[in-house]
Write a protein that binds this ligand. Structure first.
Ligand SMILES: NC(=O)c1ccc[n+]([C@@H]2O[C@H](COP(=O)([O-])OP(=O)(O)OC[C@H]3O[C@@H](n4cnc5c(N)ncnc54)[C@H](OP(=O)(O)O)[C@@H]3O)[C@@H](O)[C@H]2O)c1
Length: 247
């Protein structure tokens, strides 16, 4: 990034830089050092957004995935999410990051933070696609000026495949777009931000080339798809990972 910034074609202000606080750094006194270590690694002097990766505090220390003799995660019960949030608020107050948010959270947790916070969460980052629409969470976020950012909007190439859902492929055929473009358009049109990834250059171009879906297609996806699947288990344990599934 620094090389590109030095060339002057893209300025730091043109980039939206986000990173997350890991689970072993939830204790308030660990937040600022963790944040500053991230800044150093990224070679940036401020962040646009800092997220708490999950609402689960792990045993503090340098071991990223602390486990006991049985292989179970060692949680840290001496710190609450609100304690951690307070330390993130201080980062904003000090001008080190412009906004703060939370990731992999339930609606209940979002409410808890929102109601108690001095600086409200700007972003809630969760898995979301037509098989996990998170309507109640989206409704709460929209009423309270929070951006819901959907990860895995294409279903992470997992089974059952959202991209191959007959409702999605039928609409794609009807409107002359690909299933991925239909899914991305649905995500944008219902008011979420999204985070998709591809290693394939042609798909990268395809994923930027989305256009507005007709209202009946939006309704068909929102009301016609009844399958419900969570692909990533992080929200239940704090341990990241997509759930392996047979085809
Ligand atoms: N907060 C969390 O706990 C958490 C957890 C998971 C992910 N995330 C974030 O969310 C981001 C996106 O998640 P994701 O990778 O699961 O998103 P996704 O967009 O649902 O899935 C990406 C997969 O879809 C494929 N794909 C992309 N464009 C396509 C297209 N046009 N047609 C067909 N297939 C297409 C990609 O394949 P190819 O690459 O082979 O093209 C890749 O396998 C991650 O990079 C990560 O930053 C956050």
């Amino acid at each position: 990034m620094n090389e590109v910034f030095k060339e002057g074609k893209i300025k730091r202000e043109d980039v939206f830089a986000v990173t997350k606080l890991w689970n072993t750094n939830h204790r308030p006194e660990r937040v600022k050092p963790a944040f500053e270590a991230s800044l150093r690694r990224l070679q940036l002097d401020y962040l646009d957004l800092y997220l708490i990766h999950t609402p689960f505090a792990f045993q503090p220390g340098d071991v990223q995935d602390p486990r006991d003799a049985n292989g179970d995660v060692i949680y840290d019960t001496s710190v609450t999410l609100l304690d951690t949030w307070g330390a993130l608020e201080e980062l904003v107050a000090e001008g080190k990051c412009k906004a703060i948010g939370i990731s992999d959270v339930s609606l209940e947790k979002v409410k808890e933070i929102f109601e108690a916070a001095t600086i409200k969460p700007a972003v809630v980052h969760v898995e979301s696609h037509p098989y996990l629409p998170e309507w109640d969470l989206l409704d709460y976020c929209q009423k309270n000026g929070i951006v819901l950012q959907a990860f895995a909007p294409l279903g992470h190439s997992s089974e059952p495949s959202v991209l191959a859902d007959p409702v999605i492929t039928g609409i794609a055929h009807r409107v002359g777009k690909t299933p991925a473009q239909v899914l991305l358009a649905w995500a944008i049109q219902r008011g979420t931000a999204l985070l998709t990834t591809t290693k394939t250059p042609s798909r990268l171009a395809e994923n930027f080339d989305v256009s507005t879906l007709p209202e009946d297609a939006m309704r068909e996806i929102s009301e016609g798809i009844k399958t419900r699947v969570r692909f990533n288990a992080v929200v239940q344990t704090g341990v990241p990972g997509f759930i392996p599934r047979g085809k």
